[in-house]
Design a protein around this ligand. Structure first.
Ligand SMILES: Nc1nc2c(ncn2[C@@H]2O[C@H](COP(=O)(O)OP(=O)(O)OP(=O)(O)O)[C@@H](O)[C@H]2O)c(=O)[nH]1
Ligand SMILES: [Mg+2]
Length: 463
């Protein structure tokens, strides 16, 4: 059930990106939306009908600014839950800003980042997990990211959490009845209680396990290409991305800095990072580049270590083998078009090995597939271990949700321990209440203003 709160200000912002485009949308939300827009649009209807598209001419005094389409959504049936007017004008930054300023002159206030969505949350139109899904949807890197965010927006995570919270509240009510009316209802059935809590805990664990995948879908897996100079690292990045993104040359030491590009691997965003060839640097700039390559190797979820298949291993290759041991990595033998001469015997045992020609695009599809299988395998033991692209997962557990879920889990574990120790019901109830509170935070039922502000600050203005 939601109650529209009455914010004093009516807010306004350009809701589309401020660049050149076919159309640009200005959104006005608040109790005075109609009053603020009316004077600026010449033929503004006297009795506007909600959800009907109108045509009009936007003026500032007598000066014509733009030909617009507009519609009105009456509270509470709008995105924010307030009266909203949206105006579609032509998509030029100057024309949009001119209209925006006029509406501010008429009494609207420029919206803060995410303020429309924040009002939607505060007015009960969406919960916090859904608001976060909107931010994820906007910044999704792959179509899988879009699907999962959209599912979360439609309430997949919220429904799961609220049914867990409801189940827990029922358990808590049962415990409280025993505390208050032990003479009438008798002893607590500890084994039934235990069973219910264990099943809730399993579900919480399942959500916690999904957090790693949520992070990967949101941020992408970092895949660092590493190798000595001239082995074809930049050529491999270009081949994976499918365009000439990075400069390639036969001069060793061409790449001086790290360069990253996102590719889509069966729905997973992979941030592929090209690095400077690792060797004893010849100048300061190269030294920085090599240092950066090492840092990227440290933070990588997967390292593609490249060697030149057409020549023998050198001391530099061995130095890099040493760098990746104990990390998640695969070996790529490049320049296979020139023949396979390299001998690995005894020097290194790669978890996976691929033969490619970055120059001619040979073996690249196998490498893509192999990387995917490897990141999902037990061998890699990484965030996507066990990931199966045929199964759809429906929520993006983020760091904030994870923190709440971990707290809920801790409280549940304590409650279970107390039950095993036959402790007093009052003590069990305390932990159960804490778990209920922690779960409530996921959807924003119990959150501080500070948490709310932090979430909406990450949005853009106009959303
Ligand atoms: N024959 C052949 N040549 C390749 C292949 N891949 C890259 N090369 C060539 O090898 C040279 C070096 O390629 P780059 O991609 O610049 O190598 P890099 O590892 O990025 O080199 P640095 O940036 O200097 O560390 C270029 O002349 C490429 O055309 C390949 O698969 N086969
Ligand atoms: Mg390079």
């Amino acid at each position: 059930m939601f109650h529209v709160k009455h914010f004093e200000d009516t807010i306004v912002a350009v809701a589309t990106p401020l660049g050149v485009g076919g159309v640009g949308v200005i959104r006005v939300s608040g109790g005075r939306a109609l009053e603020i827009v009316r004077p600026s649009i010449k033929n503004f209807p006297q009795d506007i009908i909600p959800r009907r598209l109108y045509h009009g001419w936007f003026h500032i005094e007598d000066k014509l600014i733009d030909e617009v389409l507009f519609y009105f959504m009456k509270a509470p049936e709008s995105y924010t839950g307030e009266d909203v007017v949206e105006i579609s004008g032509h998509g030029g930054p100057v024309v949009l800003c001119t209209m925006l300023e006029a509406l501010i002159q008429n009494g609207a206030r420029l919206a803060e980042k995410g303020e429309f969505t924040k009002r939607a949350f505060l007015n009960g139109k969406i919960d916090l997990a859904q608001a976060e899904a909107i931010a994820d949807l906007i910044s999704a890197k792959t179509s899988l990211g879009v699907e999962v965010s959209a599912s979360q927006l439609s309430g997949s995570l919220s429904n799961k959490i609220s049914s867990l919270r409801k189940a827990l509240l029922e358990v808590l009510a049962g415990v409280e009845v025993v505390i208050d009316f032990s003479e009438d209802v008798g002893e607590l059935d500890f084994s039934a209680l235990r069973e219910k809590l264990v099943s809730i805990m399993d579900e919480v664990d399942g959500l916690i396990a999904g957090a790693k995948q949520g992070k990967v879908l949101r941020e992408g897996l970092r895949v660092t290409i590493l190798g000595k100079p001239n082995v074809g690292k930049s050529s491999l990045l270009n081949a994976l991305v499918g365009k000439n993104r990075v400069i390639v040359s036969d001069l060793p030491g061409t790449t001086r800095d790290t360069i990253e590009e996102v590719i889509n691997l069966n729905g997973l965003p992979l941030v592929v990072i090209d690095t400077a060839g690792i060797r004893h640097p010849k100048d300061k700039a190269e030294e920085f580049g090599v240092e950066r390559a090492r840092v990227e190797a440290e933070g990588a979820d997967l390292i593609l270590l490249i060697v030149d298949a057409s020549s023998n291993l050198t001391e530099e290759d061995l130095m890099i083998f040493d760098l990746v041991k104990n990390k998640r990595w695969v070996l790529v033998l490049n320049k296979i078009d020139l023949g396979l001469k390299v001998k690995l015997n005894g020097f290194v045992t790669p978890p996976r090995k691929f033969e490619v020609s970055a120059l001619y695009g040979k073996g690249i599809d196998d490498l893509r597939l192999g990387m995917f299988e490897y990141v999902c395998s037990d061998l890699a033991a990484g965030p996507f271990k066990g990931y199966d692209s045929s199964k759809n997962f429906s929520s993006l557990v983020n760091a904030r949700h994870l923190n709440c879920l971990l707290r809920a889990k801790e409280s549940l574990s304590r409650a279970l321990k107390l039950i095993e120790d036959n402790a007093q019901e009052v003590l069990v109830a305390i932990d159960l209440k804490e778990a209920v509170l922690a779960l409530g935070e996921v959807c924003g039922e119990e959150v501080s203003e500070e948490v709310i502000n932090t979430i909406f600050e990450k949005f853009c203005v106009g959303k």
